[in-house]
Design a protein around this ligand. Structure first.
Ligand code: NAD
Length: 336
């Protein structure tokens, strides 16, 4: 039986990298019926709505989606469709691995850490406003709940346990944000007792940013609130060679959306130079989620082999000798 999966190609470089990903997935021999829908800027142009009901209905039906990046206007305009989808389907866990690949010119080798970011609460609540008509001040309300903290911290410890990882680092700012970050840290300290075989430590966000840059090897699983997790996962991808190789999964109770960590990269859109590896690695995470571990491993190994070889990779990985998005996807398919 073929899988039916919602595909949102996305904005900017979205279409280029999504078509590379679907070609790679199909090359594993799996049969997929893609339920294709527009969201974001392209949906505004067509339907005057960045998140048409048809997109929500499709994901609700299929329970699994592969999503290209969606543009969110900065400062004005419509609210993030990414945030709306995470809220709509209660995708409370944003899993973002950062792993070194042989052959990537990056600051570090042998980094293998996983960021577990709370994905629905705190400063991404969308509850914000100017305090007066003159816009002299603005307020954003960041709510951290005990239930929200418990479920993401449990996810992190369970992930560590099931993936043979040894340590969970809880990142917070509880010295200043005594209630919101404090609640998150307290919850983690209590829950850690249920996982005696896993070491737990905690770091204040500012020190954490410095520690990750100085010695990322000291970290294993990192769990944190929404905004800190968003920032640290870009930082982590920078440690291992950039956004072009950083995949992510948004996981809820019964629905999951897989995507690259990066955005729609308007600066390189249409140039056919975007690295498709991040969304292809996100596709491997999706296949793992569907129970297709063999196909997932094959894709990961093929991506790793092409990156290690270094001759058929995009400009971000090898500026001196690079190929197009499609040619890199072809090389990955060949390695499969
Ligand atoms: P970005 O991630 O799009 O780009 C940052 C830098 O990384 C750019 O120089 C870009 O060229 C480069 N880059 C990103 N992906 C790449 C790839 N696959 N290959 C090679 N280089 C790549 O971040 P931004 O410019 O801050 O954001 C652009 C838009 O994307 C914004 O509207 C933002 O809201 C949106 N965004 C969406 C998502 C998402 O859909 N999940 C995530 C982040 C940002």
């Amino acid at each position: 039986m073929p899988y039916t999966i919602t595909l949102i190609p996305g904005d900017g470089i979205g279409k280029e990298i999504s078509s590379a990903a679907t070609r790679v997935i199909e090359a594993t021999g799996l049969k997929i019926d893609w339920d294709i829908h527009e969201a974001g800027m392209s949906a505004i142009e067509k339907y005057k709505d960045p998140l048409p009901q048809a997109v929500i209905d499709s994901i609700a039906r299929n329970k699994v989606a592969l999503k290209g990046p969606l543009t969110t206007p900065i400062g004005t305009g419509f609210r993030s469709v990414n945030v709306a989808l995470r809220k709509e389907f209660e995708l409370y866990s944003n899993l973002r691995p950062a792993k070194s690949f042989d052959g990537v010119r990056s600051r570090y080798q042998n980094v293998d850490l996983v960021i577990v970011r709370e994905n629905t609460e705190e400063f991404y609540s969308g509850i914000e406003h100017y305090v007066d008509a003159k816009r002299s001040a603005a307020e954003t309300i960041g709510i951290v709940t005990r239930t929200g903290s418990e479920r993401i911290i449990r996810f992190a410890f369970d992930y560590a346990r099931s993936h043979g990882r040894k340590k969970v680092t809880v990142v917070h700012k509880a010295n200043i944000l005594k209630y919101t970050s404090g609640l998150f840290l307290d919850t983690a300290r209590s829950m850690a007792k249920e996982y005696p075989e896993i070491e737990m430590n905690d770091k204040i966000i500012d020190n954490m940013a410095m520690q990750m840059v100085i010695n990322p090897h000291q970290f294993d699983v990192i769990v944190t609130t929404n905004l800190f997790g968003d920032i640290l996962s870009d930082l982590a991808s920078g440690l291992v060679g950039g956004l072009g190789i950083a995949p992510g999964a948004n996981l809820g109770y019964d629905t999951a959306i897989f995507e690259a960590v990066h955005g729609s990269a308007p600066d390189i859109a249409g140039k056919k130079i975007a690295n498709p590896a991040a969304i292809i690695l996100a596709s491997a995470m999706m296949l793992e989620h569907l129970g297709e571990s063999d196909a997932a491993r094959r894709i990961e190994n093929a991506v790793a082999a092409v990156i290690k070889d270094g001759r058929k990779v995009t400009k971000d990985l090898n500026p001196d000798h690079c190929v197009s998005t499609d040619e890199m996807a072809d090389a990955i398919i060949e390695k499969l």
